[in-house]
Ligand binder design. Structure first.
Ligand SMILES: O=C(O)c1cc(C(=O)O)oc(=O)c1
Length: 304
C-alpha cells in the first residue's frame, strides 16, 4: 500500500553526529518507535497522522551509531492497535529490543502470551487528544488488570493540564505506571508553580509511578535546537528534567523518541540529543541508573 505523508511532515535527521557524551555500557534507549515501512506494515485506518517510514534496520543502525546497547520500541499511534511492526522489530533484535503495545479489550489471552514471547512488557494508554480517539476508562482498567499478572506495566501519555482530571484513574492502576515525556510540562511556566508541582506530587505520593525524562525537543520553547553542534540545547527543559532525575533517581528512563513523530519546527540531531543527557543527569551514578539500571529492571528483569 502507498501512503502519503501528512503535509509538513518532518523526516528524521539523516546522518546524526557522534555523541560527545559516552553512554555507559549497556545503555537502553527506552523510548523509540518504528514506522512501517507502510508497504510492509500498513498504517492504521484510524491514525491521526501519516509519517515517513522508519524501519527497524534504521532504528538498529541509530542504536549502534549512538552507542546504545538496547531499545524499547513503543507502539506509535499511527499503527493503532496493530502491533506487527513493533513486534517484528523486537523479534529481529536478537533480544536487544523489548516492546510496549497498544491493545484493545478484545485481545485474547493467547495473543497476550504471544506478545510477551515477542518481548512486549507493557501497554500504552494515550490521552493526547490530537493523537487518539477517547477509549473509555473502564476498558483501560480492564486491560490493566489483565496485563498485571504478566508482570507488565502501563505507559501513559497525557498533557500536563489534564493530570487533575486523570489523577484518580492513574492512581487506581494496579501496575507500575510509566509517564511519557514527563507528563508534557509547559516549561514556560515556573518550575515551582502548581502545574509541575502536581506532577512531582504524583510521583512522590505514588511509588509505582516512573517518568521518562525525554523529548526536550518537544517541550522546549526557547531552544536552542539540537542542531549545528549545539552542546547546550533546550536549556529551558533542563531544570524540569533534572529535578525529576535527582528526586526520583530510581524511577526515571530516557529515550531518543526517534523518529520524533509530529515535530513541526525542526528535527533534532540525535547525537546532540544524547549530549543533552549529562545536563539532566550530571553524575555517573545518576547516568547509570537512568540509562542502564532502571530500564533493565523494568524490561529485562531476568538479567538483573
Ligand atoms: O507527541 C507526539 O506527537 C508523539 C506521538 C507518538 C505516537 O504517535 O505514538 O508518540 C510519542 O511518543 C509522541
Amino acid at each position: 500500500m502507498q501512503f502519503e505523508k501528512t503535509p509538513g511532515w518532518l523526516d528524521w535527521y539523516a546522518g546524526p553526529s557522534k555523541p560527545r557524551f559516552t553512554l555507559p555500557a549497556g545503555a537502553v534507549d527506552a523510548h523509540c518507535h518504528v514506522f512501517g515501512p507502510g508497504a510492509e506494515f500498513p498504517y492504521a485506518p484510524e491514525r491521526k497522522y501519516t509519517p515517513c517510514d522508519a524501519s527497524k534496520a534504521q532504528l538498529f543502525a541509530l542504536r549502534d551509531h549512538l552507542g546504545f546497547a538496547r531499545n524499547v520500541v513503543v507502539q506509535a499511534t499511527c499503527h493503532g492497535a496493530d502491533n506487527r511492526a513493533m513486534v517484528d522489530a523486537c523479534k529481529a533484535s536478537s533480544g536487544r529490543a523489548r516492546g510496549v503495545a497498544t491493545v484493545r479489550r478484545s485481545i485474547t489471552d493467547q495473543e497476550l502470551q504471544d506478545l510477551h514471547a515477542a518481548g512486549v512488557r507493557g501497554v500504552r494508554f494515550n490521552f493526547v487528544k490530537r493523537l487518539v480517539d477517547f477509549t473509555p476508562k473502564d476498558e483501560l482498567l480492564e486491560i490493566a488488570n489483565r496485563i498485571a499478572p504478566l508482570g507488565w506495566h502501563v505507559v501513559i501519555y497525557f498533557e500536563a493540564v489534564d493530570l487533575p482530571e486523570l489523577w484518580d484513574f492513574f492512581t487506581a492502576l494496579p501496575t507500575t505506571v510509566v509517564v511519557d515525556h514527563m507528563g508534557r510540562p509547559d516549561v514556560s511556566k515556573p518550575i515551582d508553580g502548581p502545574e509541575f508541582e502536581l506532577f512531582v506530587k504524583f510521583m512522590r505520593e505514588n511509588s509505582n509511578v516512573w517518568s521518562k525524562v525525554s523529548c526536550p525537543e518537544r517541550l522546549s520553547v526557547t531552544g536552542p535546537k539540537a542542531l549545528d553542534d549545539e552542546q547546550n540545547a533546550y536549556r529551558d527543559v533542563v531544570p524540569f528534567a533534572r529535578r525529576i532525575v535527582e528526586q526520583f533517581p530510581d524511577r526515571v528512563l530516557w529515550g531518543t523518541d526517534w523518529p520524533h513523530p509530529n515535530l513541526k519546527d525542526h528535527m533534532p540531531d540525535d547525537g546532540l540529543l544524547v549530549d543533552f543527557i549529562p545536563h539532566i543527569a550530571p553524575t555517573a551514578e545518576l547516568q547509570r541508573k537512568l540509562l542502564v539500571d532502571n530500564p533493565m529492571r523494568l524490561y529485562w528483569p531476568e538479567e538483573c
